[in-house]
Write a protein that binds this ligand. Sequence first.
Ligand code: GLC
Length: 436
Amino acid sequence: MTFQQFFSKLKPVFQKFRRSRFIALWVAGLVLTLLVVVPAFSQPTVTLSFLIGAPERPTWEPIIKDFEATHPGIRLNFVEGPNATNAVEDLYTSSFLLGSSPYDLVYMDIVWVPKFAAAGWLTDLSDKVADTDLADFLEGDVAGGRYQGGLYRMPVRSDAGMLYYRKDLLDAAGFKPPETFTELMQISQALQKSGAVTWGYVWQGRQYEGAAAMFVEVLAGSGGFWIDPQTKAVGLDRPESVQAVKFLLDTINTGVSPRGVVTYQEEETRRLFQSGTVAFLRNWPYAWPLANAEDSSIRGKIAIKPMVHAVGAESAACQGGWGWGIAKTTRHPKEAWEAVQYLTSIQTQRKVTLSTGYLPSRRSLYNDPEIVRKYNFFPAMLNVIDNAALRPPIAQYAQASDILQRYLSSALTGQMTPERAMQAAANETRRLLGTA
Ligand code: GLC
């Protein structure tokens, strides 16, 4: 038998073998696809939605990206809301009232917690969090997440109102930073008179939650109070409260503050201060890196200190801050909790703080070397936050704040005298609380 004959005999055997090898490979491929590839692609991806004021998108976008990269089965859907905290609160509120909220996570201002918790819109997280997990968080921030024994919000950023001032101008004119309302007025007027600035002081006077936060500082700094959460006593018609309104009104009437201040939110005041024409600004710490950015005309010329107060009273910072909660109606509580843990972790807070200047809610970060290098006032902020004044943590807070905002605005725009406005605000607040 020749070679050729031998091979032609073997050919069918080879062909059969090749065919069966092909079939075997095909079957193996099919099995692999069924077992590995299909499940991977068909694994349902859970989407968690939440609403946040649009200006915070750049803060959260990189964090969301990192989260999704390390949690392939979960997507985070950022829905952009309006800027003012109370406007975002209203949107969450109507979505919960409708009963089919599209939101799984709730990014919450400290002042919303009692209302949302009392309404039953939030998941109680207390059985998920051990006390040891909370040990690194600031007490005030944690307390702000509690309601009647439950824990409804994990803090991610703290906040405290501060006084910003033009250190360069005060130094050049030989002024020490002001401690009292009177000193702030005097320095302002002197710097205005010398032409160093156009305006002395800018603050948040628009009718919105930011004005309530600002007013808490002037009120406590005048020795007054708004609502005692324990006794439900209302202090708005006491002489200290009227005095606090008069101070704000004076800043306008003397031209220390522009008339437009009654329409300003945080950003309007920051921009004006940053333009270099103002001596003093009341704002939160987020304004620091912006005012010191490369394109800022006041870069390196400013300092920050606790708010001014009346003689005989103490300085007060309003306690603000934000955190994450879980909507009671979410269909994905397990994934939501994974996200909340990630979003409030020390790594996340560190990144957020470094990119924004927001105060973290974790105590250890206040002495983190990289953070302190960037924000040298942070270690001193711990003391300020630990002594910050809360807005009353009561379930009816949103209505109480609305009452205060309305009457404060009437007084500041000259529609009512401070006395009448505060009397009316106090009466309406007592009716709200059932203590009239
Ligand atoms: C800041 C504070 C918040 C406050 C708000 C008012 O975002 O963190 O607590 O309610 O300002 O504008």
